[in-house]
Write a protein that binds this ligand. Structure first.
Ligand code: AMP
Ligand code: MG
Length: 316
């Protein structure tokens, strides 16, 4: 089946209220017609996602944005002009057409225009905005390939094969305040880049908006993951897999996945979840060690994902 055909079939499924997993530039999404509450309910069910955790709505045109939100100001226009299509989600006051189930009852809705052509075509041909969280079970590792989706949710109605995603981590999420923008989740679009358009007004942890503490653990492999400099490790490495960024101390590990050949943080983001999946699936590996990076620029988004992946295991 050609890619165009598969998008047509997938769009038909979306219009019928079914679920479709599709590639975006960030990670694979599990999509449903955002205006159909019954279809959206199936996302929560299949993902085993708690109903307090709102979904991001994906659009393919600015017209769709106008329909979904109450109003947009000059700052929204500037941000969409510079960063859309792309991995930036904006949380804005919602209009009545957005069902409460999408926003977990909040008066605001998170919206983004992805840059992946398959995602854009799917939204256009379906002729509706598509609500889509990542296509994995709640709390588990995000999918960056169709195979990762099949591993965690094989019973989805349809999966569009679109190769490996090019950003590799979820979108940056911001909300606008009187003073500027706040970051709810760090991503590949950094605070520094956003500040060139709108002033920065601090970080609000997503945890504060949802049930306290619930989301400290996320993106979690089924095997113990620790953030550690491989040079300072005092444990048996013979059954450990190393996610290496510096490439400096790789001796003694059972396996090493080097996420960047040129020490570029964007490569770490692109390859991080795939490395976790690979070690999770590998019978020889019992422990995953991930090398930390500086928390500036894209490094903030990487450390956020690594800490959430490590959270449960730190307690153990
Ligand atoms: P994802 O898990 O990638 O689908 O991202 C969804 C995240 O976006 C949720 O966990 C929320 O924290 C955030 N989000 C979505 N909609 C809103 C909203 N209306 N207000 C605040 N955060 C939101
Ligand atoms: Mg997710």
């Amino acid at each position: 089946m050609s890619i165009l055909n598969s998008i047509d079939v997938a769009a038909k499924y979306i219009r019928e209220g079914k679920l479709v997993a599709f590639p975006t530039e960030t990670v694979y999404g599990l999509g449903a017609n955002a205006l159909d509450p019954m279809a959206v309910a199936k996302i929560f069910e299949l993902k085993e996602r708690p109903s307090f955790d709102p979904l991001i709505v994906h659009i393919a045109s600015i017209h769709q944005l106008q329909d979904l939100v109450l109003n947009t100001d000059e700052r929204v226009h500037k941000l969409t002009e510079k960063f859309w299509p792309g991995p930036l989600t904006m949380v804005l006051p919602k209009s009545n057409i957005v069902p409460d189930i999408v926003t977990s009852g909040l008066p605001t809705v998170g919206i983004r225009m992805p840059s992946n052509e398959i995602a854009l075509d799917l939204i256009r041909i379906s002729d509706c905005p598509i609500a889509a969280p990542s296509a994995n079970k709640f709390g588990r590792i995000s999918p960056t390939t169709a195979a990762h989706v099949r591993k965690q949710i094989p019973n989805v109605d349809y999966i569009i094969e679109g190769g490996k995603t090019t950003v590799g981590i979820e979108s940056t999420i911001i909300k606008l305040t009187d003073k500027g923008f706040q970051i709810l989740r760090n991503g590949i679009i950094t605070q520094e880049e956003l500040e060139t358009v709108v002033p920065f007004d601090g970080e609000t942890a997503i945890e504060k908006l949802s049930a306290p503490g619930m989301l400290k653990s996320h993106y979690s492999p089924r095997k113990k993951l620790l953030i550690a400099d491989s040079s300072s490790l005092d444990l048996d490495k013979s059954k450990a897999g190393l996610i290496s960024f510096s490439g400096e101390v790789e001796n003694g590990f059972c396996k090493v996945i080097r996420v960047s050949d040129r020490k570029d943080l964007k490569d770490y983001a692109v390859n991080m979840f795939e490395a976790m999946h690979s070690f999770e699936d590998d019978n020889e590996i019992e422990l995953i060690i991930a090398e930390p990076v500086c928390e500036t620029g894209v490094g903030r988004a990487i450390m956020d994902r690594l800490r959430k992946a490590e959270f449960n295991w730190r307690q153990a």
